[in-house]
Write a new protein. Sequence first.
Length: 373
Amino acid sequence: MTVSRERQFWIWLAVLVVAISFIVFVSSILLPFVAGMAVAYFLDPLADKLESWGLSRTLATVIITVSFFVAVVAVLFLIFPLLQGQIVGFFQKVPSLIENFEAWLAPLKETLAERIPSEKLEKLSEASKSYGGAIVKWLGGLLKGVWQGGVALFNALSLILITPVVSFYLLRDWDKVVSKVDSWLPREFAPAIRSVTKDIDVTIAGFVRGQGTVCIFLAVFYGIGLTSVGLDFGLMVGITTGLISFIPYFGMLVGMATALAIAIAQFGEIVPVVLVLVVFGAGQTIESMFLTPKLVGEKVGLHAVWVIFALMVGGATVGFTGVLLAVPVAATIGVLVRFFLAQYLASPLYSGSGGNSIGGNPNGKISNSDDTP
């Protein structure tokens, strides 16, 4: 029995709706599984490399999984005591930092008061407080949603116990899973689906694996650099800045603003502030000129605005799990948009005359242009 393309469309749409509904329904328990899948995806090339050297898949998986999680635990044991002390000290010192910062701004306020009428200055102050309060409230709501949607509902214990198990079995059976899913593809569209999936994999790998490596480097660089400058809480600010640098521009700007505010309040002199700027300038130069072109690539096809939007939507709707899923989902949507756009441009619907029919792009080749998501 033949199935019309219209019926196929509705069937696949129904499958997609059911899949999304299921993810939303079980989102509160998805975190360790998503984390395990991310670890397996991240480490799969290394497992393939060990296999090519003659090791069995199971032995390669054991070596890689154990080494990875031992390294993670070791780093946490080394860094966490230092970070814990800095985090506690930072929140204890926030009031004095604000007072020092306001004292540093006092001459600027006096200058503004001389040049701007008092009633306009008062309105400007009220407006800044109003907008600032709204921004803080919005950020607080977003962070609360991320917390409640992730760590609070599925605590660290579940991550410690379940994530290694999930990552081990997925990494061991990764090629088998891919092969099995491939065997389920509708034969007529299998070549096009494989081509699209390959482009999705290249995009996700280029961003997630590459950007993850960049974030780790920046966390180490900023942590050491700011600590060397003598900045209070430099290790905490540096590591946090590096780890949130996967959010384009936002992570670096937030980290730099925080570091500058602390430097101004702590030193009250221009030289240390300039040194903080030098650390961030050097980090951004290394990232933009060497790390990102080498590790991430320039053709992953994920625009910065699209990534930020996806992360915000994921965090607001599904919590921390949504943040983990945001970039892969954004990459998938971006590749699909480019694919269907290529099909449209090659069809009579666009040209208004004869030419290739829908699906007439024989190679399913997709242009990874930054002009689309």
